[in-house]
Design a protein around this ligand. Structure first.
Ligand code: C5P
Length: 241
C-alpha cells in the first residue's frame, strides 16, 4: 500500500523538499512536485529527489498543442519521472500523442515509461463558474466521467480526480485505470483549505489507486509517523474489500 501513497512536496525550496524525501522515502511510494517547487528550483530537483531514492510525480499539468506536449513528455520521460500530468481538456489528439511520446521515449532512452495522468475538472472550480465561464452546461461529474473515458481511449494511464468522483469514474472506466486523488484527510488531521474531503480508507474503498497527501504529513510533528498511520488506514480498507 505504501507504493500508493504520494506526498505533495508543496514547499518553496530544494532544502525543505529533500529533507522530506530523506525522512519519508521508505514510507511512501512517490513525491509530487508541482509548479512552485519546479519553477523555484528548476528541473534538477527531479534528479535530486531520485538520487535520494524517491520516485517523482512531475505535476505540471501540460496543456498545449500536441507537438509541444509530446516533445516535453519525451524530456520528462528521459528524466525518469514516475508519473506526470496533463489536462484532459487539451483534447483527444493532445492526450494520444502525449501517451505515445512517453512510450516511444521510454524505448529510445531505455527507461521505464512514466504514468500519464489526465486532470479532468479542477476541484477548485464550482458548478456555477464551470457553466458560466467555461460555457459547459452540465453537471461537473458528467464532464469528469466523459474526459476520463476520453483519456482512457487516448492511451493515458489514469486521471487525477476529487474523492467525490471516484465511484462514477471507476464505473465508467473499469478496473484497469489509475485514479489518483488529492483531498484526502485522515480523521486526526486538519482539513486545511480542502472542502470535500475523504479519509484514506474511504478513498481506497471507493476505488482510488493512489492518494496524494500533503500537509497532514508535511506539517505533522512526526512526518514519518503520519505517513505510517495513513498507510495503515489504507491497508485496513483493502482487507474490507
Ligand atoms: O496539503 P494537501 O494534502 O491539501 O495537498 C494536496 C495536493 O494535491 C496539493 O499539491 C494540491 O495542489 C493537489 N491538488 C488538490 N486538488 C486538486 C488537484 C491537486 O488538492 N483538485
Amino acid at each position: 500500500m505504501k507504493d500508493k501513497l504520494i506526498v505533495a512536496l508543496d514547499v518553496p525550496s530544494r532544502q525543505q523538499a529533500l529533507h522530506f524525501v530523506d525522512i519519508l522515502r521508505d514510507e511512501v511510494g512517490c513525491f509530487k512536485i508541482g509548479m512552485q517547487l519546479y519553477n523555484s528550483e528548476g528541473p534538477d530537483i527531479v534528479r535530486d529527489i531520485q538520487t535520494l531514492g524517491g520516485r517523482v510525480f512531475v505535476d505540471l499539468k501540460f496543456h498545449d498543442i500536441p507537438n509541444t506536449v509530446a516533445q516535453t513528455t519525451k524530456i520528462i520521460t528521459q528524466r525518469q519521472a514516475y508519473m506526470f500530468s496533463l489536462h484532459a481538456s487539451g483534447g483527444f489528439n493532445m492526450m494520444q500523442v502525449c501517451a505515445q511520446a512517453a512510450q516511444e521515449a521510454a524505448i529510445e532512452y531505455h527507461v521505464p515509461k512514466p504514468m500519464a495522468l489526465a486532470v479532468t475538472v479542477l476541484t477548485s472550480m464550482s458548478q456555477k463558474v464551470f457553466e458560466e465561464e467555461m460555457g459547459i452546461k452540465k453537471p461537473i461529474v458528467e464532464q469528469v466521467v466523459y474526459w476520463a473515458q476520453l483519456a482512457q481511449k487516448a492511451g493515458v494511464d489514469g486521471v487525477v480526480a476529487s474523492p467525490q468522483e471516484i465511484t462514477a469514474i471507476r464505473q465508467a472506466v473499469g478496473d484497469d485505470f489509475a485514479i489518483v486523488t488529492p483531498g484526502v484527510r485522515p480523521l486526526w488531521a486538519a482539513s486545511n483549505d480542502q472542502e470535500r474531503i475523504m479519509t484514506p480508507k474511504e478513498a481506497i474503498e471507493k476505488g482510488a489507486t493512489h492518494l496524494v497527501v500533503g500537509r497532514p504529513i508535511t506539517t505533522h510533528r512526526n512526518p514519518k509517523e503520519a505517513a505510517r498511520m495513513i498507510v495503515e488506514e489504507m491497508m485496513a480498507a483493502k482487507k474490507n474489500c
